[in-house]
Ligand binder design. Structure first.
Ligand code: CAA
Length: 382
């Protein structure tokens, strides 16, 4: 029985900052961002947006095409959780009107946990193939102002429906894993921005993803040449190029950038979306390439701290009948461009407090955070 990603949808924020604006005000050559990091812009949430509103928008569009009564679990993966205790999926459950007899839980391991959620979903469907699972990856990547990480901020969500006999991608059994305790990027409970050792994070990413490939190669009869396209977690898109070059050197195989080129367009425009980044790479590859039927995709998932997984999936025959690139185009076009000063103010006012009212609603999105009263987050459809 084939199990995998049956359908997916994405969402992002109301605002966008063009990286040329940041470069100009910081006295940096814009090519450092556009070529050196491979990034053009980043999404930024309005005060009434967060991981829940983005996830709800993506999932709402997705579920309009499906029978929600078959959904048995909501697995919500995020680095930028809005509560230390309550799972973001519970808010989502209410906003989407899902049945009460659904399990809802949140998963964390930096940018990696979306992959854990996807694999948990695949394994659960193997036991109960008639059921369906909603996997959410949603994040706001927010670095401190005037730091090296600042141009790699971003925000976005990918919602995926995992089922038997999927329309898009069958996830193949057998992954390669790598875990090692590295302090490359971490965020203590009382901090809204991460601590980062930039160079260590680059090294840790390359070490962990290469080791994950080695683990898979030792377990499955799979050569690097059996993979038709590679997809990466893209904190910035240049990282995918760095990883592919490192993999080529490690395996002694020539690996051209054509293997990853089509997976970068959305991440270039959105910035880092942490858990969602790898799945935006998948979305871009499916949207940008009309010749993927029957092709094997290799997924490099990485979460600082650090955990990596390499796994594979096979694109299904009629996948072109089940993709909606126009929805992503609309999400990107709808964003309102920020001035530098507006960006700085939004960044500084980010954290919701115990009593917050978002009196200036943004209008493009179907759901919003209307405020926080008595420490409780209030969401509403609009
Ligand atoms: N024209 C073209 N290229 C230029 C340039 C110019 N004028 N000026 C600089 N560059 C190039 C540099 O040569 C460099 O390219 P290479 O890496 O290929 O040599 C690139 O631009 C970046 O320049 P720097 O290394 O000088 O950049 P930096 O020190 O300011 O910061 C960074 C880079 C460390 C990645 C920083 O953005 C950062 O800390 N980001 C956050 C951490 C991160 O994303 N780490 C990635 C792995 S961890 C992970 O994946 C988990 C996660 O999501 C966070």
């Amino acid at each position: 029985m084939k199990i995998g990603i049956h359908d997916l949808e994405v969402a992002t924020t109301h605002y966008v900052l063009d990286l040329d604006t940041l470069a100009e005000r910081h006295g940096i050559d814009p090519k450092k961002f556009s070529i050196g990091l491979g990034q053009d812009a980043f999404s930024m949430p309005a005060p009434d947006e967060d991981i829940v509103t983005m996830a709800a928008e993506a999932a709402d569009t997705l579920l309009a095409r499906h029978d929600v009564s078959k959904i048995r679990q909501v697995l919500f993966a995020t680095e930028s959780s809005v509560d230390q205790s309550k799972a973001a999926g519970v808010y989502l459950h209410e906003l989407l009107g899902l049945p009460a007899n659904v399990r809802s839980v949140e998963l964390k391991q930096a940018c990696y946990s979306g992959t854990a959620a996807l694999q948990m979903a695949v394994n659960a469907i193997a036991r109960t193939p008639e059921e369906q699972i909603l996997v959410i990856t949603s994040d706001v990547a927010r670095y401190a102002l005037d730091t090296g990480g600042e141009p790699t901020q971003g925000a976005g969500a990918v919602a995926m429906l995992v089922t038997a006999n999927p329309n898009l991608v069958e996830i193949e059994p057998g992954s390669g894993f790598h875990t090692s305790d590295v302090n490359d990027f971490w965020r203590p409970n009382d901090s809204t921005t991460p601590y980062v050792d930039g160079q260590l994070s680059l090294d840790a990413y390359l070490t962990a993803t290469t080791a994950a490939w080695d683990d898979l190669a030792a377990r499955r009869d799979l050569s690097i040449d059996d993979v038709d396209k590679f997809l990466h977690h893209q904190p910035f898109t240049k990282m995918a190029r760095k990883q592919l070059a490192a993999l080529a050197e490690h395996t002694g195989h020539e690996l051209s950038d054509e293997l990853i080129e089509e997976s970068m367009s959305y991440n270039r425009a959105l910035g880092n979306t942490y858990t969602a980044s790898l799945y935006f790479a998948l979305t871009a590859q499916l949207h940008n390439n009309a010749d993927l039927a029957g092709k094997r995709l290799g997924f490099f998932s990485y979460g600082s701290g650090a955990v990596a997984e390499f796994f594979t999936g096979v694109v299904q025959e009629n996948y072109r009948d089940h993709i909606y690139p126009e929805h992503v185009a609309k999400q990107l076009e709808n964003r309102v461009e920020l001035t530098y000063d507006e960006y700085r103010t939004l960044h500084s006012d980010f954290a919701a407090t115990s009593e917050t009212y978002t009196t200036q609603p943004t209008t493009h999105a179907p759901f919003r955070l209307s405020g926080v009263t008595e420490f409780q987050r209030r969401y509403e459809a609009q």
